[in-house]
Design a protein around this ligand. Structure first.
Ligand SMILES: [Zn+2]
Length: 475
């Protein structure tokens, strides 16, 4: 058995979160009745002329900077011709020879090691419509329905170099890319709604060889799991063929999620000739350098930068930092709470604990209310058990934590004059156990503490209870 090196490159389509379409002013919101968001331009009616949405160019430019690309002041649009019912003009407006961005990279962690994937290019293009077949595929359908609401939504296509080496790495790359797109606010990246889609190229070559093998394109890898599983399947399929001495056919295959395998769609010979030529209805993009530099300056702190800051500046673990980076709203909350004089670790523990579950259900609390809750807990005004009760109350109440404590009478009792009689009462009802304790069964101490806490309905200050019990039992 020969061993092989796997070579993977990805093409990712990201729908941009603009309010109107790329080349007309139609609305882009998801879930509207079919064909209710169309006009002569996006329906491809004769004589209708496109006009570029500046926001789409802005978002593509910001994505370029976030991916460390060179953003070109000059880029150009092209017509890619093909006939398919989801494309009413019978051509797609895209960028071929002169894309907006080239030559970037994305860094991310794989098994605690920082790895880098080169970005070859990013270009702007328009989305096609959506086909709904009466059968499983267009071939065995009596009819197909078409919805042009999606036609003309702006997309960026991000193309990586073939420098990804495992299916797992491909998944990690895509996860990081998705997070990045969310951070820079250019896409909602909902894979289930099709606003982030991924195709992959994969080839195998003998280990260590510099000659690339025949590549196969896999389409329809529309979840992180599908991407990893589809590539794993293809890796196995190709190595088995090669081991039998058979050649790999250069072709496009589609991932069949249910069957758990890739299926041949078309070979290279069947690939359509797109007859690409410069788009006559749109001028080239000539970006103003000042405008471009303003977009560059608008790129916010990116996931990897934030991860490094959380570890370096706040001393958080990789696990904690990753949580705060992946759930950016939690990270933002942490960064608001961090300067408020509360220990950083206790903020993270709080955010990752019961709070995470409650916030996902009800939405976030303000940093001020959280800070107050953490302070009165650390000052011992309320016990940890009471803090949990107050926390749950905060989500349905407009009161402050202190007000809730007062209203519910939750305050911890720390006054020895009040706790003393309770301690005495507990010990007098367990005289036999007190005797055993004094004879060396010191583990009974925890039992006495528990009994006092119960008698005080959980409101007793544990430190004072401990001290009182020690005093009493020392006699
Ligand atoms: Zn339109």
């Amino acid at each position: 058995m020969t061993s092989y090196d796997t070579v993977i490159g990805l093409e990712i389509h990201v729908a941009l979160l603009t309010e109107s379409k790329f080349l007309c002013s139609c609305n882009t919101s998801f879930g509207a009745p079919p064909n209710s968001q169309c006009c002569p331009v996006c329906l491809g009616l004769p004589g209708a002329l496109p006009l570029i949405n500046e926001k789409a160019v802005e978002y593509a430019t910001r994505a370029g900077f976030a991916l460390n690309c060179q953003v070109h002041y000059f880029s150009r649009f092209d017509r890619k011709n093909y006939f398919y019912p989801d494309l009413p003009k019978a051509y797609q407006i895209t960028q071929d020879a002169f894309p907006l961005c080239t030559g970037g990279f994305l860094e991310y962690y794989m098994d605690d090691q920082l790895v880098r994937t080169e970005i070859t290019r990013i270009h702007l293009e328009e989305e096609a419509g959506k086909l709904i077949h009466s059968g499983a595929t267009i071939v065995d359908s009596d009819y197909s329905l078409v919805d042009y609401n999606r036609a003309g939504i702006p997309l960026i296509e991000i193309v990586t170099a073939p420098d990804i080496h495992t299916p797992k790495q491909a998944r990690l790359f895509l996860e990081q890319l998705r997070l990045l797109m969310n951070y820079i606010g250019v896409s909602d990246t909902k894979m289930e709604e099709g606003s982030l889609r991924c195709d992959a190229n994969i080839s195998l070559k003998p280990a260590g060889s510099s000659v690339l093998g025949t590549k196969v394109e896999i389409k329809n890898l529309n979840s992180f799991r599908a991407l990893e599983r589809g590539l794993e399947f293809e890796e196995r399929r190709q190595s088995q063929l090669l081991n039998r001495g058979e050649a790999i056919r250069q072709e496009s295959r589609t991932w069949d999620e249910r069957a758990g395998r890739t299926i041949s769609m078309r070979s290279k010979g069947d690939a359509p000739d797109y007859r690409i030529f410069p788009e006559p209805d749109l001028p080239p993009l000539n970006l103003d350098p000042v405008w471009v530099s303003l977009i560059e300056a608008s790129v916010p702190e990116l996931p990897l930068e934030r991860l490094r800051r959380l570890e370096g500046e706040y001393g958080l673990s990789r696990y904690e930092s990753t949580f705060l980076v992946n759930y950016r709203d939690f990270g933002d909350l942490f960064l608001s709470l961090a300067p408020m004089g509360i220990e950083h670790k206790s903020i993270v523990n709080f955010l990752m604990g019961d709070y995470a579950r409650l916030a996902r259900e009800h939405g976030h609390l303000t940093a001020e209310r959280i800070a107050e809750l953490l302070k009165i807990t650390s000052e011992g005004l309320i016990s940890p058990a009471q803090a949990k009760e107050v926390l749950e109350e905060l989500f349905s109440s407009s009161l402050s934590p202190r007000e809730i404590v007062e209203q519910k009478g939750l305050q911890v009792v720390g006054d020895p004059a009040k706790l003393g009689p309770i301690v005495a009462e507990v010990l007098s009802t367990h005289l036999e156990l007190v005797g055993r304790y004094k004879n060396g069964e010191t583990r009974l101490f925890a039992f006495f503490v528990g009994q006092v806490m119960r008698a005080a309905q959980g409101k007793a200050d544990p430190e004072v209870v401990n001290q009182l019990l020690r005093d009493e039992l020392a006699d």
